[in-house]
Design a binder for this molecule. Structure first.
Ligand SMILES: [Zn+2]
Length: 81
């Protein structure tokens, strides 16, 4: 069986070893040492960090977007083997 291509960009969950700046709001958001952050990795290997406020919103939006697509395609999206 062919490998299923992921539609999502590369995501990693990392624990900050030192303070990181949140890419979505560089002025007021940050990830302090020891906190979890969501890291997106582009095709060139460039990484962007997002704090817990932002990644919660981003994941919810992604979930909603996927649910919308599933509804339009008429699939419930439950995994079938
Ligand atoms: Zn943020």
């Amino acid at each position: 069986m062919a490998v299923i291509k992921s539609l999502l960009i590369r995501l990693e969950v990392e624990t900050a070893a030192k303070k990181r700046i949140c890419h979505r709001n560089r002025k007021t958001h940050s990830v302090i040492a020891g906190e979890t952050c969501l890291v997106t990795i582009d095709d060139m290997g460039g990484k962007k960090n997002y704090c817990k406020i932002c990644y919660a919103e981003m994941l919810n939006k992604a979930q909603n977007d996927l649910d919308g697509i599933k509804t339009r395609l008429g699939t419930t999206g439950t995994s079938q083997s």
